[in-house]
Ligand binder design. Sequence first.
Ligand SMILES: [Zn+2]
Length: 133
Amino acid sequence: MNCELCGKPAFEKTFVEIDGAVLLACDECSTLGSIVQEPRAESQKMRKAFIQKKPFLPSRELDEGLSLKADYGSAVRNKRQALGLTLEELAKKMFEKESVLQKIESQKLIPSEQLVAKLEKALQLSLRENSRE
Ligand SMILES: [Zn+2]
């Protein structure tokens, strides 16, 4: 086997990882990357498996189980006003767009589970129907 970096015979089967590629390297070249222990084929298989892993997606289960109060918009508006917050102030507090909150208050937008949780936290109120058994 020859070193895949310089072409010299590689007596020790040392595999190094350079820029994400695992190469067979001679003693000299093995210092150029980080030495990996597993044989090349296996490591490539592992890498492939890793790449094929689905990207992390937040579970939709919560969304499906989420039942918002029928009047969530006015619930948000009333609580916000009770706390003396303007839409802008609440938006800043939640790192959300004012327009998004406005749409929620006028019930033109159904907030995501995540947004509901943020609203509930920011306003200390519940926006969910207690119908979940
Ligand atoms: Zn070499």
